[in-house]
Design a protein around this ligand. Structure first.
Ligand code: TRP
Length: 455
């Protein structure tokens, strides 16, 4: 049995701290790197529309389900299932979550490292006076280089390490309270700049005028995967954070606030990027390289370009850090509570493991790119398996567990803070968890795996 029922458990100091930390987890590379390029590749507004629907009817209910699991059990994902369903195999869902988190961090730390390099380049002025071809060539040379990206992975992981080792209040909460306001400020400034560029309307049209003929099963799976990834859903990250929530936190309201802010940042990232991209006549469909190759091009054509580039990559770096912190904490809390390690031993163990995985992912883009599984290098494989398979699968099990295994009154009591809050539509909420969410996930999932065909 784990040591998950620790009485002296840390909590976040305030409700604002809860929001900042949770939004910090949700807002990350997923919003500012992944969302814009997925939108660009999957047809713009139509993808965004499906994405919004996924957040509303699957995302928010599942965020609440994870919040329930965390605060009810006061434990890491494995301990949560162990505590709520003792002597069953449900703890395996938590274990799968810990495993997915480690996998996500493998490629997440690499992209975060690239971001740090770009901050450095913007500072030293090497992001200007280049032709588009040179930007492309330089990015490829950098990302396939053996040492440089790995050095940045190590730097990025050391910063994450320092925050995690400082604990829940002094590390996670305090860093989020500093970084999140900075992030919002930078986004607002950059959006204003982007939409006032001549020709920017075309970018807004691309974002907000849906072409419904573009919706197909691939777009739907992409949107669902993106919703899970962006909301930090399906692997127990929110279980871990909510295990630090105090008894007065309104779980429903917090879930809605986090989902709204997360979605807002994703859309604002689109507003920041696409008008600028269209204004300079560049194609929006570039894929993962969008922010690293296309955008520097855009920036250098703007006046004070180095400043915009610096602000943008700072933004991306901050967003990446607060999310990586939440991913790191999942495994760290698991090691502390299930194996009885001290925080510093657990943190060090996790940091070293993640650095090694980051190195492997980084090398798989360059020196080891010939080594592929199912046509993907390790970097892409980790992204694919975690976002498109493990997260939806985790979400599926979580909805089944909270919908079917957890007693009605137990769920209601936790979500209403023992009856002191109103929860209109609780039965409808439970219906979503019991029927709608599992069926929707299964349909979308099996359709994508080619086992059934919806269209
Ligand atoms: N949500 C973060 C982003 O958008 C990434 C992230 C943090 C995450 N924790 C997670 C993704 C847990 C999936 C699961 O970048």
């Amino acid at each position: 049995m784990g040591k998950s029922q620790n009485k002296e458990r840390a909590t976040f100091g305030s409700k604002l701290g809860v929001i900042f930390a949770s939004v910090g987890s949700a807002v990350g590379l997923g919003n500012i790197w992944r969302f814009p390029y997925e939108t660009g590749q999957q047809g713009g507004a139509a993808f965004i529309l499906v994405y919004l629907i996924c957040v509303l009817i699957l995302g928010i209910p599942l965020v609440m389900a994870e919040f329930y699991l965390g605060r009810r059990s006061h434990a890491n994902p494995v301990g949560a299932f162990r505590g709520l369903a003792p002597n069953t195999k449900w703890y395996l869902v938590g274990l799968m979550g810990v495993f997915s988190g480690v996998m996500i961090m493998g490629f997440y730390s690499v992209v975060s490292g690239w971001t740090f390099d770009y901050i450095f380049q913007a500072l030293t002025g090497s992001l200007s006076d280049k032709t588009p071809e040179v930007f492309q060539k330089d990015f490829t040379a950098f990302s396939t280089n053996i040492y440089k990206p790995i050095i940045w992975v190590v730097i990025f992981m050391i910063i994450t390490h320092v925050v995690i080792i400082s604990g829940v209040k002094k590390g996670i909460e305090r860093s989020a309270k500093i970084m999140m306001p900075m992030l919002f400020l930078i986004i607002v400034i950059m959006c204003i700049r982007s939409v006032t560029l001549p020709g920017g309307e075309k970018g807004l049209q691309f974002l907000f005028h849906p072409d419904f003929s573009k919706i197909n099963s691939n777009v739907i799976l992409g949107a669902m995967g993106q919703a899970f990834f962006s909301l930090s859903l399906g692997m127990g990250c929110l279980i871990t954070y909510s295990s630090y929530f105090g008894p007065n936190v309104n779980l429903g309201k917090t879930a809605v606030t986090v989902a709204l802010l997360d979605t807002m940042v994703a859309i604002l990232a689109g507003v920041m990027i696409f008008p600028a991209v269209f204004s300079f006549g560049i194609s929006p469909t570039q894929g993962p390289e969008l922010v690293f190759i296309t955008l520097p091009n855009v920036f250098q054509s703007m006046s004070f370009g180095y400043l915009w580039a610096l602000l943008f990559f700072l933004l991306l770096g901050i967003a990446a850090l607060t999310s990586a912190i939440s991913l790191h904490e999942v495994t760290t809390s698991y090691m502390i509570e299930e194996y009885g390690l001290t925080r510093s031993a657990a943190t060090s163990f996790v940091t070293i493991t993640l650095i090694i995985l980051g190195m492997i992912c980084s090398l798989s883009v360059g020196a080891w790119s010939k080594f592929t599984i199912a046509g993907m290098n390790i970097f892409n494989l980790f992204d694919f398996i975690s976002a498109k398979i493990l997260l939806p699968l985790g979400g599926l099990w979580i909805s089944i567990f909270v919908g079917w295994i957890v007693p009605y009154n137990d769920l209601k009591s936790e979500l209403t803070n023992k009856g002191t809050l109103k929860f209109y539509g609780f039965n409808f909420y439970r219906f979503i968890l019991r029927y709608f969410a599992p069926i929707a996930i299964i349909l979308i999932f099996f359709n994508e795996l080619g086992l059934i065909s919806l269209s």
